[in-house]
Design a protein. Structure first.
Length: 112
Protein backbone atom coordinates (compact mmCIF):
# COMPACT_ATOMS: atom_id res chain seq x y z
CA UNK A 1 0.00 0.00 0.00
CA UNK A 2 1.21 3.47 -0.81
CA UNK A 3 0.85 6.23 1.73
CA UNK A 4 1.89 9.85 1.90
CA UNK A 5 2.77 10.95 5.39
CA UNK A 6 3.48 14.64 5.79
CA UNK A 7 5.46 15.43 8.89
CA UNK A 8 4.95 18.70 10.70
CA UNK A 9 7.72 21.21 10.31
CA UNK A 10 8.87 23.86 12.69
CA UNK A 11 9.71 27.43 11.77
CA UNK A 12 12.95 27.71 9.86
CA UNK A 13 13.08 24.09 8.77
CA UNK A 14 11.91 22.40 5.64
CA UNK A 15 8.72 20.34 5.53
CA UNK A 16 9.13 16.60 5.10
CA UNK A 17 7.09 14.37 2.82
CA UNK A 18 7.51 10.67 3.62
CA UNK A 19 5.87 8.50 0.97
CA UNK A 20 5.74 4.74 1.52
CA UNK A 21 5.30 1.93 -0.98
CA UNK A 22 5.37 1.73 -4.75
CA UNK A 23 5.24 4.72 -7.11
CA UNK A 24 4.38 4.38 -10.77
CA UNK A 25 1.95 5.91 -13.24
CA UNK A 26 -1.04 4.29 -11.50
CA UNK A 27 -0.50 5.76 -8.04
CA UNK A 28 1.78 8.79 -8.36
CA UNK A 29 -0.94 11.47 -8.44
CA UNK A 30 -1.34 11.96 -4.65
CA UNK A 31 2.43 12.39 -4.20
CA UNK A 32 2.55 14.78 -7.14
CA UNK A 33 -0.25 16.87 -5.64
CA UNK A 34 1.45 16.92 -2.27
CA UNK A 35 4.83 18.04 -3.66
CA UNK A 36 3.14 20.77 -5.73
CA UNK A 37 1.21 22.03 -2.69
CA UNK A 38 4.29 22.12 -0.47
CA UNK A 39 6.39 23.73 -3.24
CA UNK A 40 3.83 26.50 -3.61
CA UNK A 41 4.12 27.50 0.04
CA UNK A 42 7.75 26.71 0.94
CA UNK A 43 11.13 27.43 -0.61
CA UNK A 44 12.06 23.78 -0.40
CA UNK A 45 11.10 20.36 0.87
CA UNK A 46 12.61 17.11 2.05
CA UNK A 47 11.49 13.85 0.49
CA UNK A 48 12.14 11.02 2.94
CA UNK A 49 12.65 8.27 0.37
CA UNK A 50 13.46 5.51 2.86
CA UNK A 51 10.06 3.84 2.54
CA UNK A 52 9.84 3.69 -1.24
CA UNK A 53 9.87 0.07 -2.38
CA UNK A 54 9.47 0.66 -6.14
CA UNK A 55 9.82 3.71 -8.38
CA UNK A 56 9.66 4.01 -12.15
CA UNK A 57 10.29 6.69 -14.76
CA UNK A 58 7.13 8.59 -13.77
CA UNK A 59 8.48 8.91 -10.23
CA UNK A 60 11.78 10.09 -11.68
CA UNK A 61 9.94 12.66 -13.79
CA UNK A 62 8.23 13.96 -10.65
CA UNK A 63 11.56 14.20 -8.79
CA UNK A 64 13.22 16.08 -11.64
CA UNK A 65 10.29 18.50 -11.99
CA UNK A 66 10.23 19.10 -8.23
CA UNK A 67 14.00 19.64 -8.21
CA UNK A 68 13.61 22.24 -10.95
CA UNK A 69 10.70 23.99 -9.19
CA UNK A 70 11.98 24.16 -5.61
CA UNK A 71 14.82 23.32 -3.25
CA UNK A 72 14.30 19.55 -3.16
CA UNK A 73 16.38 17.50 -0.77
CA UNK A 74 16.14 13.73 -0.79
CA UNK A 75 16.76 11.90 2.47
CA UNK A 76 17.73 8.28 3.09
CA UNK A 77 16.80 6.91 -0.33
CA UNK A 78 15.94 3.23 -0.41
CA UNK A 79 18.15 1.05 -2.64
CA UNK A 80 15.56 1.02 -5.43
CA UNK A 81 15.54 4.83 -5.52
CA UNK A 82 19.33 5.06 -5.36
CA UNK A 83 19.56 2.65 -8.29
CA UNK A 84 17.04 4.65 -10.34
CA UNK A 85 18.92 7.91 -9.76
CA UNK A 86 22.22 6.25 -10.63
CA UNK A 87 21.00 4.80 -13.93
CA UNK A 88 20.32 8.29 -15.31
CA UNK A 89 23.11 10.08 -13.39
CA UNK A 90 20.56 12.13 -11.47
CA UNK A 91 22.58 11.37 -8.35
CA UNK A 92 25.23 13.76 -9.70
CA UNK A 93 23.02 16.84 -9.30
CA UNK A 94 20.20 15.97 -6.90
CA UNK A 95 20.69 16.94 -3.26
CA UNK A 96 20.80 13.54 -1.56
CA UNK A 97 21.37 13.17 2.19
CA UNK A 98 21.81 10.14 4.41
CA UNK A 99 19.19 11.20 6.98
CA UNK A 100 16.14 13.44 7.24
CA UNK A 101 17.93 15.52 9.86
CA UNK A 102 20.87 16.13 7.53
CA UNK A 103 18.52 17.03 4.68
CA UNK A 104 16.65 19.51 6.84
CA UNK A 105 19.94 21.11 7.79
CA UNK A 106 19.48 20.25 11.46
CA UNK A 107 22.90 18.67 11.70
CA UNK A 108 26.02 20.21 10.29
CA UNK A 109 28.77 18.24 8.61
CA UNK A 110 31.86 17.70 10.72
CA UNK A 111 34.85 19.87 10.00
CA UNK A 112 37.76 18.00 8.48
Amino acid sequence: MTTHEPRPSSIGTLPVIAPRGEFDIDNLAPLETQTETVSATHSGLVLDASGITFADSMFLRLILATHKRTGLRIAAPAPTVTRLFGVVDADTFLHIHSTVEAARGLIRPRAA
